[in-house]
Write a protein that binds this ligand. Structure first.
Ligand code: UDP
Length: 312
């Protein structure tokens, strides 16, 4: 297949581009480099089956492709609150442009949605049938509601135009190529621990997250893109091992081997108190299972951060 990956220069997108090339596909990466980085593509930039296209997904474009994976969007709370309008446009106009392309080309479509569509969930774990608890006027709305709109747009194109589409709700993911300064808890804690500085826990640290290693996530995305029979499914992807942020801070300190302390800072508005994917559907439909444990994944990403620093 010839696959368009929007946001292909980003953290998850670049891993997906690499993986698709390894699977034998041709890959076109479209990215405006707002939060993406061409350095992420260094390993594949010269591959003749890879094309980089500097463009904003919110502006119409035309390409010949068999599949579209729409990942383009700022994704960390710090990033999307810094670029709220760009975030809303990438997920509204951007999703529309991708779906129009898929409709015209008869291409299949994968939407990278998010666990944020569940907002601050009142059921735990979250199955795909849970409709969510999102504050439409809060600081996270620019991302949460934009992704909900993108899901609605995708479902509409499927119903009206028969675009073969699958929606993947991505839960917290970590791994090499996360930006140091994206503000998320994984790069923040690792950077702080490596520098021997206190780890900044927001709130009392009793809120939970479930962290998925990027290779596992990309395996799931690749299966969802390649599987012939999928159409109309909404599927959670992530890791269902849940831990409190306080425990996560302790784990980072243990793995880095630092005696950094912990500083408690206020919990941001609308920060979800619990999050854990129900993965039943992913297991059944994709025959997929997250394999990399938190500690193993942390070791890998810490090594990557160290090597990255040395290379600068
Ligand atoms: N968090 C924290 N310290 C930080 C950054 C984040 O305690 O330096 C908390 C944040 O309040 C949230 C969790 O860690 O409860 C995960 O935050 P992140 O920004 O990684 O992603 P989210 O899951 O909120 O989208």
């Amino acid at each position: 297949m010839r696959v368009l990956v929007t946001g292909g220069a980003g953290f998850i997108g670049s891993h997906l581009c690499e993986r698709l090339l390894r699977e034998g596909h041709d890959v076109v990466c479209l990215d405006n480099l707002l939060t993406g980085n061409k350095e992420n593509l260094a390993a594949i930039a010269d591959d003749p089956r890879f094309t980089f296209f500097l463009a904003d997904v919110a502006h119409p474009f035309n390409l010949e492709v068999d599949a579209v994976a729409h990942l383009a969007s700022p994704a960390s709370p710090v990033d999307y609150q810094r670029w709220p309008v760009e975030t809303m446009l990438a997920n509204s106009l951007g999703t529309y442009n991708c779906l129009e392309l898929a409709r015209k080309q008869g291409a299949r479509f994968l939407l990278a949605s998010t666990s944020e569509v569940y907002g601050d969930p009142q059921v735990n774990p979250q199955p795909e049938s849970y409709l969510g608890n999102v504050n439409p006027v809060g600081p996270r709305a620019c991302y949460d509601e934009a992704k909900r709109f993108a899901e609605a747009m995708t479902s509409t194109y499927r119903r009206m135009h028969g675009v073969r589409a699958v929606i993947i709700r991505i839960f917290n993911t970590f791994g090499p190529r996360m930006r140091r300064e994206d503000g998320r808890v994984v790069p923040n804690f690792i950077t702080q621990a490596l520098e021997g500085k206190p780890l900044t826990v927001y709130g009392d640290g009793s809120q939970t997250r479930s962290f998925c290693y990027v290779d596992d996530l990309v395996e799931g995305l690749t299966r969802a893109l390649q599987l012939e029979g999928l159409d109309g499914e909404v599927i959670n992807l992530g890791n269902d091992t849940e831990m409190t942020i306080k425990r996560f801070a302790e784990l980072v300190r243990e793995v880095v081997g630092t005696d950094s302390g912990i500083t408690y800072l206020p919990l941001p508005e609308d920060d979800p108190l619990q999050r854990r994917p129900d993965l039943t559907r992913a297991r059944e439909l994709l025959g997929w299972e997250p394999r990399v444990g938190m500690e193993d994944g942390l070791r890998r990403v810490i090594e990557w951060f160290k090597e990255y620093d040395e290379g600068r």
